[in-house]
Write a protein that binds this ligand. Sequence first.
Ligand code: NAP
Length: 255
Amino acid sequence: MRLEDKICLITGAGSGMGRAAALVFAREGAKVAACDLKLETARETVKLIEKQGGKALAIEADVSREQSVRLAVAQSAKAFGGLDVLYNNAGIFPSDDHSVLDTEEAVWDKVFGVNVKGVYLVCKHGIPELLKRGGGSVINIASFVALVGCSVPQDAYTASKGAVIALTKSLAVQFGPQSIRSNVICPGPIETPLLTEWLLKEPKEKAKRLNRIPMGRFGKPEDIVSMALFLASDESSWTNGAVLVADGGITSNYF
Ligand code: NAP
């Protein structure tokens, strides 16, 4: 098994790619601290893991609040004896995030509170746990929109994911000497509730986006989880500060 004995904290583990990662990581031998805003969805993930014979703990945590993150990290480390992997997956993509011209300040702050401050807080409290175990892996989730401009803007989201890329590189340089690898994945559009419950509901909007993907399909959570599995495992022992793109070729596409 590729994650035998690894202890992994995953944020946003109650839905989409976070849940998919929790299931795959547990199947590969990891003990999973499944954190989510709603305890109920985290519990559902844990139930699914237990059904497949794995070990996991459901934790209610709001990544945008320090006290909540502090408790979640402490609870995870106590339950499993430490932490080896921090998987910063939780993120939001509100429908009222548009251009800088018409995005409300509160929306901007909310997006940065979860997407950027959340990564900062999990690293602030989680990295000391990784250090106690002699190293580990930080996996951050950004987005392809941080790499190319988009004529249908979500400027707060885009800027927040750019910040995640920059922060990842800083972490890679700071903590590489202490055997902590920090890498970031930039997914293209993936069929998860975050996307399907909004953008992909509209056939016209769906077709517009599909048209831009050289591989002719949206991504599936597994397309990202397989990359995260590599980053969580010892197979990525010399991968540090990498920006890994899984987007079906969108960011290489001129026409
Ligand atoms: P998702 O299905 O919406 O799952 C995100 C999970 O994070 C949800 O369970 C959500 O809970 C939780 N969450 C939201 N705010 C939180 C908070 N403050 N603290 C803790 N958990 C919180 O999303 P997804 O599509 O799997 O996305 C996962 C990551 O990939 C995100 O960072 C997203 O930006 C990124 N991404 C997604 C796509 C895509 O096309 N889907 C593309 C590129 C990047 P609630 O449901 O209760 O809000």
